[in-house]
Ligand binder design. Structure first.
Ligand code: GAP
Length: 460
């Protein structure tokens, strides 16, 4: 358990993101839109880098793993088969006084300070707890609740020109089903042998009753999901393997292991054999960062049943037919972005009472790999020449405004790993000063070797 005092708070992060072009409130000029967020010029680069790092690790470098990019709008039968139309819901309660809406499980968790697990309770038990403990509305402080009603989290829309119920479709609430319905397509076209994986990165939508904590829980978000199809009997060892892989990915991104922990699910979903989360110590406390689930053969069996199409894999050696088990590893790109920012944020005391705000991001995640800074305006031609050359290899920014100290600080705040200063010696001998974000040390390098130096230092 981490005891150290961290500089990061949610307010500081939200403020940094807004002022430095990382993340803006959605539809801000119209007063916002219920916890939606827009990534700005710096944020979009960071989030793309997070997705790239994940893809590199779980597709590119993972033997027998393949990517898909499935449609967001899927045949409604997909959601019947997956169980989302019947049971993807939260227990909601309304405050009759201030009309605010809450999740009963969240009320209990907050009231009991995490000592009671509402996942193990029925709706009736949750209502009884709230009555017995006189749990008041966190907004107005009154105690006047409606009963619990279940609330399906899927966003509905309709297809075609008529508004009949058979045209009802949904925005996908998870990307996983796009991987399951393409199991046979991927297996046939790649000739993959079980065990193999299908991965996808994409948007998902949930009509969350209580979105919040910045980009932690939103109604529109991106997921990075990986399904590993394996034979029954091998599933538990792959489940453990994915726990390790998921952990290592976070550590390799620079997470302090004291800020991470596994949390087994107390109550398993009806289809799950094993399930756990990796929790991260976010500024608001320990919360789920990603999930790892042993989903058995539930998903493929259900899709076989509802579609009438076989989901059986035929072993090419033995001829045995079976529906594979699935180990699912699922992580939100936005939630990981929040964790990455929380982990990287620091305020460092410098000499003379000065404080440096810095994001110690893994260089592969930083928006810009380097900033090119001409020491004086009349060095712009040379600086532009170097900048344009570097831009061909990776995102680089250029800043000629203000003192060099201020320019360093601006780059520190968004986590740019290297600042390259062009001075008069550069005109003479084609060398530049390279300043390291973390150590603030400076070295002199030949401009011709810069791209290679930075590329090597910023790899994931
Ligand atoms: N296919 C399994 C699945 O969707 P989940 O635990 O509901 O499982 C997986 O979601 C991950 O997606 C979570 O661990 C979290 O990182 C992210 N996630 C889920 N709901 C989210 C939301 N409303 N906003 C942001 N991220 C979310």
């Amino acid at each position: 358990m981490a005891e150290e005092k961290r500089a990061v708070t949610m307010d500081k992060l939200v403020n940094l993101c807004k002022t430095r072009g990382i993340i803006f409130p959605g539809s801000e000029i119209y007063g916002g839109m219920g916890n939606t967020w827009d990534y700005g010029p710096v944020g979009v680069e960071m989030k793309n880098n997070i997705k790239r790092a994940w893809w590199k690790r779980f597709v590119q470098e993972s033997e027998n793993s393949y990517g898909v990019d499935a449609a967001i709008l899927m045949n409604s039968k997909v959601w019947e088969a997956s169980g989302h139309t019947s049971s993807f819901s939260d227990p909601k309660m309304d405050c009759r006084e201030c009309k605010s809406r809450h999740r009963a499980d969240n009320l209990i968790e907050a009231h009991s300070k995490g000592t009671v697990n509402p996942d193990l309770m029925t709706n009736e038990e949750m209502e009884a707890y709230i009555q017995e403990h006189h749990v008041c509305c966190p907004i107005c402080g009154k105690f006047n609740w409606t009963g619990i009603r279940t609330f399906n989290l899927m966003f509905e829309t309709s297809r075609g020109v008529t508004d009949e119920s058979q045209n009802k479709i949904y925005l996908r609430p998870e990307t996983a089903q796009g991987e399951f319905v393409n199991f046979m397509n991927v297996q046939r076209t790649t000739r993959a042998k079980v065990p193999f994986g299908i991965a996808q990165v994409g948007k998902a939508f949930r009509n969350e009753i209580t979105p919040g904590n910045f980009i932690f829980r939103t109604i529109e978000f991106e997921q990075m999901e990986h399904q590993w199809f394996c034979k029954e009997g091998t599933d538990s060892s792959y489940y453990n393997e994915f726990k390790e892989k998921a952990w290592k990915f976070l550590v390799d991104l620079g997470f302090n292991e004291e800020h991470l922990r596994f949390k087994d699910h107390d109550k398993l979903a009806h289809y799950a054999k094993q399930a756990c989360d990796i929790q991260y110590l976010f500024p608001m406390g320990w919360s789920e960062l990603n999930g790892i689930h042993n989903r058995t053969d539930y998903d493929l069996t259900r899709h076989q049943e509802y579609s009438g199409k076989t989901m059986q894999y035929v072993d090419p050696v033995t001829g045995e037919r079976y529906i594979p088990y699935v180990i699912e590893y699922s992580i939100g790109a936005d939630r990981l972005m929040l964790a990455v920012l929380s982990e990287a944020y620091d305020e460092e005391a410098l000499e003379e009472g000065d404080v440096r705000n810095v994001l110690h991001l893994h260089p592969a995640i930083a928006a810009y790999k380097a900033a090119v800074l001409p020491l004086q305006k009349n060095l712009a031609d040379k600086a532009q020449e170097i900048y344009k050359k570097l831009c061909k290899r990776f995102p680089v920014t250029y800043d000629a405004a203000g003192s060099i100290g201020k320019r360093y600080r601006r780059q520190d705040e968004i986590g740019t790993p290297f600042c390259i200063t062009i001075d008069f010696d550069t005109l003479e001998d084609n060398t530049v000063t390279v300043r390291d974000r973390d150590s603030m040390e400076q070295i002199r390098l030949g401009a011709d070797g810069l791209a290679e130096y930075i590329a090597k230092k910023t790899e994931f």
